[in-house]
Design a binder for this molecule. Structure first.
Ligand code: XBP
Ligand code: MG
Length: 272
């Protein structure tokens, strides 16, 4: 019986071999929204004497708007037009966001936003296999640095070959800009990469950039429209302590927790 020829181990990667995994940050690398961003927003609002306070359900609704500045502008315009009418509104929001970012970074540095199960292990598997890890996020670059330093140590950022964040592009998710920026920096085609996302607007951005996408949903995003994703999981899972990864749509991982082999398989299924 003819056997399928397997490429010798040192064979050059083919155009569709998986070369890089591009991670979203908020909700994917770590549960940062309710543990980090929301309390930071509310602290900045209180210090500014605004009388604004976002509850968790309200904040989860506001996440449909990508970007902290954009979210506050939307909230002011729809809920507090008197504030939106201020002559210095743009500077006011910029300053409020800088204060919010300072509070977020302090919370991240204090360990309030741990990595989701399986992230550390998967980063090791990606590095051991000689593949590349990168980041494509809407959040501010300073927040990414604070999170990675707190959770991965001083050289944490170096685990990612490219970090695309916040205002490095004109349009935020669901526009594809941040993913296109990261692909250009990596010098790779979308077919050679796989994105990992947690939200509908994140999946839309990655798909618009032509990327195959795997979703790791969480309590705040389960039920969103993940059309176009290869598979939707409730997390990556970890062998120890035993935390399985359940498929909510699409194909499950081969075993208990998601491995690089699973990512390669979902990528291959997406690009063939
Ligand atoms: C999610 C976002 C971010 C954060 C707030 O980013 O929409 O705006 O909620 O961060 P991701 P900033 O793409 O990683 O899911 O206040 O820094 O914008
Ligand atoms: Mg996200």
């Amino acid at each position: 019986m003819p056997t399928t020829p397997t490429a010798p181990a040192d064979a050059a990667p083919t155009p569709v071999d998986l070369r890089a995994v591009i991670f979203d940050v908020d909700g994917t690398l770590a549960d940062t929204e309710l543990n980090g961003h929301l309390p930071a927003f509310n602290q900045a609002f209180a210090e500014a004497g605004l009388g604004w306070h976002w509850s968790a359900p309200e904040y989860l609704r506001l996440l449909a708007i990508a970007g902290g500045k954009e979210r506050m502008i939307h909230y002011a315009r729809t809920q507090h037009p008197d504030v939106a009418a201020r002559a210095d509104f743009a500077e006011f929001i910029t300053h409020l966001h800088q204060e919010k970012t300072r509070h977020y970074a302090a919370r991240a540095a204090a360990g309030a936003t741990p990595l989701r199960p399986g992230i550390r292990r998967l980063l090791d598997e990606i590095a051991d296999a000689g593949l590349t890890a990168a980041i494509a996020t809407t959040t501010t670059l300073a927040n990414v640095h604070a999170l990675l330093r707190a959770q991965l140590g001083a050289g944490g950022e170096k685990r990612f070959a490219v970090i695309g964040a916040g205002d490095s592009v004109a349009r935020k998710k669901p526009a594809p800009d941040i993913y296109q920026w990261v692909l250009a920096e990596l010098g790779l085609s979308s077919e050679a990469c796989l994105a990992i996302e947690d939200s509908a607007i994140g999946v839309a951005a990655a798909r618009a950039a032509g990327l195959p996408v795997v979703v790791t949903a969480h309590a705040g995003s389960i039920g969103e429209d993940f059309s176009g994703a290869r598979t939707v999981l409730d997390g990556l899972g970890d062998p120890a302590p035993s935390e399985g990864a359940r498929a909510l749509a699409g194909t499950p991982p081969a075993d208990h927790a998601v491995t690089l082999a699973d990512l390669r398989r979902w990528h291959a299924e997406s690009v063939r």
